[in-house]
Ligand binder design. Sequence first.
Ligand code: PLP
Length: 460
Amino acid sequence: MSQLHDDFHDLDRLTTDVRQWCLDFIRSADDRPAAMTADITPPALAAPELGEGAEAAVARFIKEVSPHLAAAIGPRYWGFVTGGVTPAALLGDWIAAAVDQNLSTPGDSIASALEVQTIEWLLDLCDLPDSFSGCLTTGATASNLLGILCGRQFAGQRQGVDIAADGLSGVAVEVFSATPHASALKGMAIAGLGRKRLVQVARLADSEAMDVDALRIALESSDCVGKIVLSSAGTVTGTDFDDLEAIADLCEQHGAWLHVDGAFGLFSRLLEDRRGWTRGLERADSITSDAHKWLNTPYDCGIFFCRHMSVLQTCLEVPAPYLAVNSVTPSFMNLGIENSRRFRALPLWISLLAYGKAGIRQIVKDNCSQAERLAQWLEQSPDYELLKPAKLNVVVFRPQGIDDAEVAPFLQRLNATGEVFMTPGQWRGRSAIRAAFSNWRTTRDDVDHVCALLERNAQR
Ligand SMILES: *Cc1c(COP(=O)(O)O)cnc(C)c1O
């Protein structure tokens, strides 16, 4: 028998062993280094001519690779905006790999219809009207690209050009934004608009939110027919929110496509006291969010909502006779970047079912309280400077009395302890440290643990 068939025959034992290893890894996440801070190269191996079988290959992974993994699923990985994995989402992801459905077209299984239902549940979770529809993406980067492609197509339509068919030649498009996420600039590059097509709109004082008056002036003084406004519902450092109601008014007046990036900020809508921050969101033309951040599904799972699915479909249609299907369920390959698509709806579907809106709301609430707790500690500390009040789940700070250039080495030393992992940022032109809370496993004790670490490492 071949190695493949032997492994298949042994699958019971192999999966039992791997399951046990995964559980050990998951449970020990609190105790292992939050992240690896040195460069590590993979084992010096060439792709073998003859395979060694699954058991030996996994054993090699466990011995030579796994010690160098980050505990990104653990409670003190506070870098970027990194979600953990709920138990139900983990099960869903395992199942998704086991059943390996391809959600390019419907017509062969229930899988595409389940993605449709997941999108409906997400809209309900975020209290958005059913005038939106959408799809799941690889992440907020892909969702931002979809929003930009739609905006570009819409801008072309206003000039009598079908850009998906005829290209950008002769079409004028301007993109207005105050604090676009880096991934949106990448989206502009991919979409052929170019990063420099951005019209930089001023921000409000001490904020990353858009100055609406500045946007009004920019739109009024532009003679470009094609306009896209990239707006933020939760910027990565300041967690600031644009005034979407006022911006939607301006977009309507000027025929601009309004895309809103709410990669994690969207879920502020689950909190009674922060609901108002996204007022007007239902008037956006398209919206970006992420499940692999605050919804704690495994990578990769982004969310894209759109109010004009025909525009999206015009951008991304795959016209091939052998792909035609007869179904009321959409062909997701016509609505996203990939043709072949993973069953990424399943972990999310199972997790939403398992914990409900209340369960998700609790994660968001707890993470905000943790951010608040860290911010309070920093504020009373003589050794640290809280750079802005913690409004949501991100805390921005730096050590007192050190030069800008010393902040990164300080953070490097802190991260090298393995007790916590945070990432750098900039606040009002100054180097900063960002702590972002978006893991269901983080507790108050973790915050206190890191406060003690900060105290011990203070640069007095
Ligand atoms: C994380 C993030 C992105 C990019 O998301 P990915 O899931 O990493 O592709 C875009 N916008 C905002 C506001 C983000 O926080």
